[in-house]
Design a protein around this ligand. Structure first.
Ligand code: NAD
Length: 456
């Protein structure tokens, strides 16, 4: 049975023969000295492979060929090279250092699925190297990183998809939710509650020897230099196969040094849909107030006082004042999903269901034809990678563009700053600054470790 790769190569050659374009063939052969691209299928590389990296690669074989993979963990790299070779019938090249991937002229686009503290540096360098970018959510670690990435997307003209795939996938449930609101099925929206689950605290996690296969200094990259920490117990289930308690694989989500905890991990999904539904993708809140929350360690001046255990909020309820008198609640309590409440009704949506009277009423009173497509801005793509590839071809920004992503992520970052400092924050969405609070504003950016600055 021909592999997808050999089929597309044949189609490519047939296309060239029909066009009689020897010059094109020559150019293509030159371009493809490292990997042969078909004219239809872009050549991809993925940076950061372990959990989500493989998930987005495996959703993309139908649309792209993978010429190279990069990871700072040799075991993860080796295992994924094997899996990709098996799936596409051609072995990708393997690199520890992602910069070698960016140097290659035959690669059209990169997918980035490293922990969050690396996203922006790699994405900026990739755009400067002429690559289009698919980068996992949450795109940034700070609000100022968002402003930087917008500038570079604009200056380089690269196509950029953020990995908030709820916009395209989940059987279009979230699109249906937005269509219900736009079609007035709950009247004026009064309140949106985003339930994004709790985080667990950890015991003390001792500093231990770095596993042989891992380049710990390169894993840390822009983050502060600290020892590698892990306990022996192994994580089971989703993201499993690595220490349950560590400051590295998967568990980076529990540390402010590398992530924003649940607020950015799941907030990046549900707050995104909430803001899209509210038509608030190019504005922001006036106030972000921590109503109730628990931090697992003591904080002083916004920083954890110990560095040997998880430090992101474990429980939280944040009240956000959105434009048009809409109250947004972001909470660790309740079923994971989004509850929309309006003057004339309410409904709940998550990845597995959409429920409530306005949804039941659709049987007798369906949405107008094309309502979903109107939300999406055209025919809904097969999946989030397909949408990225449509963007690569049309040179239009995909459905999860950096501008709307950054606006909603500002709410998530502000929520974390408010909890770290223990006070409500007033936000100026036009200036993208916290009003009258110099200390809080100091959290809008972070200094990258020496040697890992972002050079623009
Ligand atoms: N869209 C989604 O639903 C979704 C789901 C899961 C994870 N994610 C996102 O994907 C990202 C990764 O999450 P994960 O669960 O896969 O984490 P993970 O820790 O399991 O995997 C990250 C991988 O990146 C590698 N890495 C670290 N620094 C690197 C560097 N400089 N160059 C190359 N590789 C490097 C690590 O060695 C590891 O293999 C996070 O930003 C996360 O929020 C998104």
């Amino acid at each position: 049975m021909p592999t997808p790769r050999s089929t597309s190569r044949r189609q490519f050659l047939q296309g060239l023969a029909a066009a009689g374009t020897a010059g094109v063939l020559l150019r293509s052969a030159n371009r493809a000295f490292g990997y042969e691209a078909s004219n239809e299928r872009p050549v991809f590389a993925t940076i950061g492979l372990r959990n989500q990296g493989w998930a987005i690669i495996s959703k993309s074989f139908g649309f792209a060929d993978f010429a190279a993979l990069a990871d700072v963990d040799a075991n993860v790299l080796g295992a994924n090279v094997e899996k990709v070779e098996k799936s596409q019938g051609k072995k990708p090249d393997a690199y520890k250092d992602y910069r070698k991937v960016l140097d290659r002229k035959d690669i059209d686009a990169v997918m980035i699925a490293t922990p969050d503290h690396w996203h922006v540096k790699i994405a900026v360098e990739a755009m400067h190297a002429g690559k289009d970018v698919y980068c996992e959510k949450p795109l940034t670690l700070t609000i100022d990183e968002g402003k930087l990435i917008e500038k570079v997307v604009k200056e380089t003209g690269r196509v950029f998809q953020v990995g908030t795939m709820q916009r395209t996938e989940s059987d279009q449930r979230f699109l249906q939710a937005i269509a219900l609101i736009r079609n007035g099925r709950i009247g004026k929206v009064k309140k949106v509650t985003c339930s994004i689950d709790r985080m667990e605290s950890s015991p003390v996690i001792p500093a231990v020897a770095v596993p042989e296969e891992l380049d710990w200094d390169f894993w840390l990259g822009p983050a502060p230099q600290v020892p590698y920490r892990a306990l022996p117990e192994i994580r089971q289930g989703y993201g499993g196969g690595v220490p349950l308690y560590s400051n590295c694989h998967y568990s980076f989500r529990n540390w402010h040094e590398y992530s924003g905890g649940k607020l950015t991990d799941w907030g990046a999904h549900h707050v995104d849909i909430a803001c899209w539904a509210l038509g608030a993708s190019d504005t922001g809140p006036s106030k972000v107030a921590p109503v109730e929350y628990a931090l697992p360690v003591e904080y002083k001046d916004g920083y954890p006082t110990v560095g040997d255990r998880y430090n992101v909020a474990t429980r939280f309820t944040i009240r956000v004042d959105m434009p048009n008198d809409v109250e947004m609640i972001i909470t660790s309590e309740g079923d994971n999903g989004i509850l929309f409440e309006g003057a004339e009704g309410r409904f709940f949506v998550n990845r597995g269901k959409i429920a409530g009277k306005p949804v039941e009423d659709l049987k007798d009173h369906p949405l107008p034809d094309g309502a979903i497509e109107e939300v999406y801005g055209g025919k809904v793509s097969q999946n989030h990678t397909a949408n990225f590839i449509e963007g690569i071809k049309s040179r239009k920004q995909p459905i999860s563009d950096v501008w709307s992503h950054n606006r909603m992520l500002e709410i998530c970052h502000l929520s974390n700053i408010a909890m770290r400092l223990g006070r409500e924050l007033k936000w100026d969405p036009a200036r993208r600054e916290i009003i009258g609070d110099a200390q809080a504003n100091s959290f809008l950016s972070r200094e990258n470790r020496k040697g890992f600055e972002i050079n623009i």
